[in-house]
Design a protein around this ligand. Structure first.
Ligand SMILES: [Cu+2]
Length: 318
């Protein structure tokens, strides 16, 4: 009798496999055919005024923050870096394991020499087993502090939270200086600094904020009310915010007035849904949170408060 039951069960499994193209134990995994994605990044200095204060920024393709690199798990990533900066540079994909391709990690003096000015260098790696929220940045001296940063997103075709949000939004947070980082570094290295890092002039969300131009040094070009980053949420919809701290040295508490948020990803690993009111985020860290527009229609402020130096409060309208 027992044998008959097992035999019947065996027949059912064999039949189910014959009918279906994929084994039944694999049917909840969506098949994804990996692709090759090519990105062209031109690194060059451009005059910009993210917060109304004009300065020379080191940019990627003339924009700040740089373009988003967006791929799927399993994809091949090809990044052609065109160096027009006037000095050597290199691009590091932050958080990528580079299994089998350690020479494409982008760290000058460790995995490669600097890409000379007016040269093109190609990074070529595959994100076979990684997904989540990352970023890329210059890994030469202090160049990323002058603007060579961008988001690097690896979508997961098997994302367990995919049905729980309607849209994704990248939120890049940073401290921000009005003076070029090499000048700041030199002053930091003098005995007079007593080892204290320079306090940032401002903080930015997605490369935007206002600045009070009466605080700008005489002779500078500055426009008040340059504008905050704005995000439009539709009532009752849920959003996955991918939050990245690209600061030089500032840690933040991130929050949205009157809204709770649920952490679902920490630097490429899923977490259990975890409800919080504010998110502590250190330099280079990344989190995904789900926020639902469940409050009355209104403007709500998105804030990043620096808890090491509490003078700095940066906000943005939701
Ligand atoms: Cu990094």
């Amino acid at each position: 009798m027992t044998f008959k039951i097992f035999f019947l069960l065996y027949c059912v499994i064999v039949l189910a496999n014959l009918i279906s193209s994929t084994p039944i134990w694999d049917q909840n995994v969506r098949a994804y055919e990996p692709k090759t994605n090519v990105f062209d990044l031109t690194i060059k200095k451009v005059g910009l005024a993210p917060d109304g204060f004009s300065r020379i920024l080191s940019t990627i393709n003339g924009q700040y923050p740089g373009p988003t690199i967006e791929v799927n798990k399993g994809d091949r990533v090809i990044i052609n870096v065109h160096n027009e900066l006037g000095e050597p540079t290199a691009i590091h994909s932050h958080g990528i394991f580079q299994r089998g391709t350690p020479w494409f990690d982008g760290a000058i003096g460790q995995t490669q020499c600097g890409i000379p000015d007016n040269y093109i260098f190609t990074y070529d790696y595959t994100v076979s087993d990684q997904f989540g929220t990352y970023w890329y940045h210059s890994h030469a001296t202090t160049q990323y502090v002058d603007g060579i940063v961008g988001a690097l997103i690896i979508h997961d075709p098997d994302d367990p939270y995919i049905t729980e949000y309607d849209e994704e939004i990248i939120v890049m947070l940073t401290d921000y200086h009005h003076v070029e980082s090499q000048i700041l570094l030199e002053s930091f290295f003098t005995p007079a600094s007593e080892g204290e890092e320079v306090f940032p002039d401002n903080g930015l969300i997605n490369g935007k904020n206002n600045f009070n131009c009466s605080q700008a040094p005489p002779g500078s070009t500055c426009v008040d009310n340059a504008g905050l980053a704005k995000f439009v949420f539709i009532p009752k919809k849920s959003y996955r915010l991918r939050i990245i701290n690209t600061s030089a040295f500032s840690s933040f508490f991130f929050s949205i007035d009157k809204h709770e948020m649920e952490v679902i990803e920490v630097e490429g690993s899923y977490t259990k849904r975890n409800k919080i009111h504010r998110l502590p985020i250190n330099v280079a860290q990344r989190y995904s949170i789900i926020v639902t527009a469940n409050q009355p229609v209104d403007n709500y402020v998105m804030r990043i408060n620096n808890f090491q130096l509490s003078q700095l409060t940066i906000h943005s309208l939701l």
